[in-house]
Design a binder for this molecule. Structure first.
Ligand code: HEC
Ligand code: HEC
Length: 265
């Protein structure tokens, strides 16, 4: 996971992607000796936003997307921030981020403030309204993909084996973070999506991976069996339905699925 090690303000509390100035009740205050940018090119944030607040907001962007300043700004990684050209709009990502910033301001300022409150008991809700931040959607990645979406893209371009390798890498790097849902449901859902798209071989690869990750759980075996049945491997299907049964005999319809594959006497 990329952090921002060259960033001198890591010890400060994060304000996340808080972008509405009215939300900035606790602006990040930087120690006096540190670099303060000159601000010349704000188009969405109010032009008079104090430089240090801008930097605090930017830090929320970087953490929200799991990137460094250079993802959006012209500058050399590792070089002092004073050498960066933060005002430049050269990078497409900065221009995209500007649109995002406007979107987040609208969500928080226009839409969330218009949510009706129904009960008198809930009248305080307006003041405790949740705010959307960059991290709400991005969860530490530049394009907010779900695990299934990320793997689907790899399957389509490079095949299921590559997707399995990719999954292992993602799990290594992101397990325990907000970015991807590594519960058994993610791979299970992806597997059925592939089955539905008449890609049973790919589905089997994904179901096998899920069994490997969750060997103590019944459902991955049951799903793998469904996949194996779809590719015509009845013996493999039966074996995996039986494994599921051994873990959870109460699974709905499982006995019938087993019976349908048992040789008729
Ligand atoms: C995801 C993209 C993104 C990342 C990452 C990002 N910024 Fe920005 N930055 C922007 C956008 C967009 C603006 C312009 C905002 C506006 O127009 O209101 C901006 C503006 C600025 C400005 C004001 C420039 C000026 O002259 O108007 C500074 C300074 C700045 N960023 C510093 C940083 C620093 C330091 C980091 C790393 C911690 C960083 N940014 C990370 C998108 C980003
Ligand atoms: C409501 C959800 C949501 C929020 C909140 C949100 N984004 Fe995004 N953002 C997206 C989605 C979805 C995409 C992908 C669009 C696409 O490429 O199809 C995206 C794409 C981007 C990209 C382009 C990434 C790339 O590599 O092409 C940038 C940069 C970005 N967002 C910055 C931000 C910043 C900065 C914030 C906070 C100010 C933010 N986003 C808040 C949903 C969101």
């Amino acid at each position: 996971m990329r952090r921002i090690p060259s960033w001198p303000f890591c010890a400060l509390p994060s304000i996340g992607g808080a972008v509405l100035t009215l939300m900035l009740v606790n602006p990040v205050v930087l120690p006096a000796q540190q670099w303060t940018p000159e601000i010349k090119n704000l188009k969405v944030l109010p032009e008079d936003t104090p430089p240090r607040q801008v930097v605090g907001i930017m830090r929320g962007f970087a953490i929200g997307l799991g990137v460094r300043c250079t993802y959006c700004h012209v500058g050399e990684e590792g070089a002092p921030l004073s050498t960066y050209d933060f005002a430049s709009d050269e990078k497409l990502t900065k221009r995209k981020a500007r649109v995002m910033l406007g979107m987040v301001q609208d969500i928080n300022g226009k839409y969330l403030t218009e949510l009706p409150t129904e009960h008198a008991a809930h009248e305080h809700a307006a003041t405790t309204r949740l705010q959307v931040r960059c991290s709400t959607c991005h969860r530490g990645q530049p394009r907010p993909l779900t695990l299934a979406q990320a793997l689907t893209a790899v399957i389509e371009e490079h095949g299921a084996d590559s997707a399995v390798t990719y999954y292992r890498g993602l799990r290594e790097r992101f397990y325990g973070r907000d970015t991807y849902d590594f519960s058994e449901n993610s791979l299970n859902g992806l597997g059925y999506q592939l089955l539905g798209n008449t890609r049973p071989q790919d589905a089997v690869a994904v179901f096998r991976l899920n069994v490997e990750m969750y060997p103590e759980s019944a459902n991955p075996y049951d799903s793998l069996a469904d996949g194996l049945k779809a590719v015509g491997d009845s013996a493999g299907a039966l074996e995996n339905y039986q494994k599921a049964f051994a873990i959870d005999p109460t699974m709905r319809g499982l006995q019938a699925r087993i019976d349908s594959l048992l040789p008729t006497p």
